[in-house]
Design a protein around this ligand. Structure first.
Ligand code: SF4
Length: 343
């Protein structure tokens, strides 16, 4: 729980913890549900909680603060994408991106400020890990973005700065917070978590949250190539990762998404596509080809449209479900981590 001087962020409290907090202030437990509901609406001060007695509002304000971050930088794309650099009370900054899709509005949130995974194509990791976020701070990004855009947000992707499974306990709390019916009430199937491949947590996640979507950043068709761009591959090998992913589909009965950023001259060849297809053939999986968001200070270039199309064709020919991610926000600093570095 992050504190603002001596106070704690009330957004971090699960409903049962809020009940305890309310009881400690000498009030009836049902007040906790009302407060939880107000918080999910995105109120920024206790006095906005109209049906809460003034004495309780004052008691809450003495012990807690509402940790909605401030948007210190904001970029809007012509296609409706809004990218924000949010700053929390202690000065920690993270990025969140609001996107409009045909199926509804979505937000990509961060689970950490910075990242220690070291993927060589990524801006978020260039200054290492600042700190992990709490569950309430993950929720707060959704609330702040909804307040800012005035738009409903029905899908959440934990794919911004940070490795969510490197912060598993707080990620779990976030899922419980945003899913709770008394609060934001977001369906578990409307949440996607993306990992770079921390195998033990993939197994844990399959058991804990079988209805939440899982995306695994693969970005290569074999160990040798994966090691070049993703240091995590040295700890968790390619074949072992695929085994864990297969287990995931067996435990959950759900398809898994593999993210594949197509990088010019690195992993976009016909041989790469064929090797990937041979490994994923017959799986309950889906490959998401992502035109790389180029990052200042990194030498990687996105693969051209022609090689992405031929990569896709090879996967399709082998019966592997594949889509190319629509490029949103291409006129702004869409690559995660760039806004925070742009001082
Ligand atoms: S791609 Fe994800 S896991 Fe890899 S360094 Fe960037 S934020 Fe971390």
């Amino acid at each position: 729980m992050r504190s603002e001087e001596h106070r704690e962020n009330i957004l971090d409290l699960l409903p049962e913890e809020l009940e305890t907090a309310v009881s400690e202030l000498g009030e009836k437990k049902f007040r906790a549900s009302q407060i939880f509901g107000w918080l999910a609406k995105g109120v920024v001060c206790f006095d906005d909680m109209k049906n809460i007695p003034a004495v309780l509002r004052a008691g809450l304000a003495e012990r807690y603060y509402i940790g909605i971050p401030e948007a210190v930088r904001r970029q809007e794309s012509k296609d409706g994408t809004v990218k924000c650099l949010f700053e929390f009370a202690d000065g920690t900054q993270v990025e969140s991106v609001f996107m409009k899709y045909e199926y509804g509005n979505s937000i990509c949130i961060s689970s950490q400020s910075g990242c220690r995974m070291g993927c060589t194509f990524c801006a978020s990791t260039m200054d290492g890990l600042d700190r992990s976020l709490s569950g309430g701070e993950m929720l707060a990004q959704v609330l702040a973005m909804r307040n800012l855009t005035g738009e409903d947000i029905g899908h959440v992707v934990v794919m911004g700065m940070g490795e969510p499974f490197d912060n598993y306990i707080q990620l779990s709390r976030f899922i419980r917070l945003i899913h709770d019916r008394k609060g934001y009430d977001l369906g578990l199937r409307n949440i996607t978590v993306s990992t770079c491949g921390l195998i033990p947590k993939i197994r844990e996640f399959a058991v804990d949250f079988p209805q939440v979507n899982l995306a695994v950043s693969l970005h290569a068709p074999n160990q040798k190539l994966r090691e070049k761009t993703m240091p995590v591959a040295r700890k968790y090998g390619y074949e072992e990762l695929l085994r864990a992913c297969r287990e995931y589909t067996e435990i959950t009965g759900r398809r898994i998404t593999f993210e594949y950023a197509v990088i010019d001259g690195v992993n976009d060849s016909t041989e790469c596509a064929e090797e990937l297809a041979s490994k994923l053939k017959g799986w309950l999986s889906h490959v998401n080809l992502i035109p790389l968001n180029e990052v200042r200070g990194r030498e990687y270039k996105t693969a051209n449209g022609k090689s992405v199309a031929s990569f896709k064709k090879i996967l399709e020919k082998n019966g592997v479900a594949v889509t190319v991610r629509r490029t949103l926000g291409s006129d702004i600093d869409a690559a995660c981590g760039q806004l925070r570095r742009k001082k």
